[in-house]
Structure formats: C-alpha cells, structure tokens
Design a protein around this ligand. Sequence first.
Ligand code: SAM
Ligand code: SF4
Length: 426
Amino acid sequence: MNQADSEIITSLLQDEGYVVTDVEDSADLVILNTCAVRENAVEKIMNTLDNLKGKRRLRPGLLVGVIGCVPQYYREKMFGMSEGIDFLAGPDTYRQLPLLIENAERGIRGANLAHIPEETYQGIEPSRTGRISAFVPVMRGCNNMCAFCVVPFTRGKERSRSTTSVIDEVERLVEKGYKEITLLGQNVNSYYDGDTGDRFAGLLEKVGIAAKGVRVRFTTSHPKDISESLVRVIAEHENICNAVHLPVQSGSTRMLELMNRGHSREEYLEKIAMIRNSVPGVTISTDLIAGYCGETEEDHCETLRMMEEVRFDFSYMFYYSVRPGTYAAEHLPDDVPEKVKKRRLEEIIALQNRISGELHSAEIGNVVEVLAESESKRSETMLMGRTGTNRVVVFDRNGFLPGDLVQVCIASSTSATLVGTPVSSS
Ligand code: SAM
Ligand code: SF4
C-alpha cells in the first residue's frame, strides 16, 4: 500500500516540477513514507533520520519529510523525536505536500495530519516505476477494529474509488502494455461503490474482463468477508490469479475472539474449503501473529496445527507488538514474555519453511507458466518471475525478456524459490 502511495506522491510532486533521483546524495528533498503497524518500523525511521543528519550538514537546504502512518499515529510529537524533520503529512493529506514543502523551504516546520474521510486520490495517475506490474489502489482505510491494529486509527474509515475510475485506470494500463495488475486495499473485499452498487466481486469481474490476457491479483482479503460470489469470479476468469492471501493471525478461536477478528478457527477452515473446492490448484497464504495477549502454549499449538492443516504456501509472520491506543494495548495485558514470543515465532517460521519446501518440491518435474519480472539476483543469465499462484521462479534466460510469459520446467526448489529451465527458447 505504501509503495502504491509513493507512486501517487511522486506523481503529485512531478506535476509541481520535482524530479525523482536514484542517487540519494544528490537529493534536495527526502520523503520517508512510513508504516506504524509494528514498533520496529518506527525504530527503522529513527535510524534513517539519524543517518540523514550527517547528510543535512554536508548539504545545507536538504529537506526531510516524514509522511504516512507513523506521523499520523504520533502526530506533532514526532517533531520532538528528531530535529531532522522539516514537515509531516498523514495518509489523507498528500495533496498538501507541495504547500508543506514550500513552507519548509521558508523555515516553517509544518504538519498536516487531517483525516479526510472522502480522500481516495481518485484522478491521480500514479507515477509507476515498474513497466510490467502495476498496483491499483481501489479502497483505503479500514472499519474492522482488530484489537491489535493501528490501521483504523492511522488510515481512517473505509472509502472506495468509483468502479468507473478503477476500470479507466485498468484500461490505460492494458493499453500501455502492463502484464499484471494488483488491486489493493487494506481490506479489499470491503470495496463498495455506492453509485453502481458494485461490491468487490463485481469490481473484480469487471477488471478481469477489462484486463483480458493480463494477470489480475488482489490483496488483502479479510476472511470474514470472502464470499462465494468472489470465489466464483476467481474461478470463472482465467486471468484472475489463483492465489488468495487470507490473513488468519492465529489458529485459536480464543485468540481470534480476543483479537476481534470476527470469525472462529472453524469458520476460517470452512472458507478455505470453499475456496479450494471452487478453485482447484489455488494457493493460500496468510499473516500470523505469535505471542498475542494471553496466548497459551495450547493456543500456539493450535496455530501450528492450523498451519499443518491448511498448508499455507507462504506466510508473513510477526510477533505481537503493542501499539498504544489500540483496544489490546489499553485493555489486555501483554503477558507473553518476549523470549516466549520469539521462540513461538521461530517455531512458526520453521514450520512454514518446512511446508513451503514440501509444496515447492512437489512441483519438481512440472511445467509452470511464469511471468518474467526481472533479471535474477543470482545470475545475469537467469530471470526471475512468478507463477499465477504467486510462486517465485528463477530460470535460465534462454533469450526471454522481462514481461514474457514463459513455460518453465521445474528442476529443483527451496522453501522460497522454484528453479527451472524454459521448455523452449524465445
Ligand atoms: N487488513 C489485513 C487483514 O486484516 O488481514 C492486514 C493488514 S495489517 C496492516 C498487516 C498485518 O500486520 C496483519 O495481518 C497482522 O498480521 C500484522 N500486524 C498488525 N498489527 C500488528 C501488531 N500490533 N503486532 C504484530 N503484527 C501486527
Ligand atoms: Fe488492521 Fe484488522 Fe483492519 Fe487488517 S482488518 S487493517 S488487521 S484492523
């Protein structure tokens, strides 16, 4: 989401005459777009601001702005956290950045942290760096109030772009030759266009049709909102990728209740069965939190058992980080010692690596269709890409170029990657 927001911000600033540089030392303006979901994200920003201090001494006039969820969360208090901040903006006030920068140039340290409930940045054509894959944000904010999460506080209430503006953007991307489009939202299946009555399934279907021949992905879905109609759309449209990211957070119903997730372990498993019955070969990935408030060894084992049962393709795994102001921080004791949180997280990671490794090695000998994205980091004679099911594949170049769809025979694998050779040359 932040990457997509950065593309919107770049576009807004380019319209004002700013130019992007790849060389940090030559920049007159540095903007840090930030995430407040976990405490360590805040530490990272403070380290970056410390590093920038030296650059400010060498380059007088260098301006530094901190934008996004961290300043929205800490508000003007942030100015006190580091002298090296010239301006602050929250996720709803990026249109005000030119004014904030202008004021900063005149020595006025300003912050615009307003919540603008209707802001969707509709009408701004993002300045995209990639030429193959594009993000299209379709909704912003979240109404869910999971007990551990800052997003509803920092990004505000849900609001959706109009179906027409999304489809127009998708058509422009198809015309420009993009090969993959990812629809984005904090909770993408809460999408709702009051004028057309379209919910996410309706939007996804229209995007699937408008982007025929182009891969369509979406993220992130909330388990309680994934509907049969949405799953039907995925199953019926070949270009809508068979990969669903469905964060579960915990395998224990008791924890899910304390998290206010709105579903039980059993209901989650029913949704997984519904998806798998309708979309053969679909991969499911998830987010998991270890050591949430009151989590016992038994709750943790339920998470491990759920991982074994579902066999997630991959997971984003975190240990619980207290976020002041959230329901959990204010009402539930953070009573799992850090050592235990870390040990449980390690167990979760080890199990996920084992499962991913097994799922990947089952692909050896199969031919998979890969959208080539870039040169592989391993070797310039290899390309890296992804299957429709979102598996990373590294393969011999054989004359193919990023953007090509390549049939690759898988020869070996690790828990993170499939490795293979194209069945033909380009
Ligand atoms: N809206 C999506 C959903 O509910 O599935 C997820 C968005 S959230 C920004 C991304 C992930 O960060 C969550 O799924 C959760 O696993 C993790 N997360 C959020 N708050 C956290 C916290 N306080 N401590 C640790 N992980 C957290
Ligand atoms: Fe946070 Fe829950 Fe909203 Fe996801 S659904 S962004 S975890 S409050």
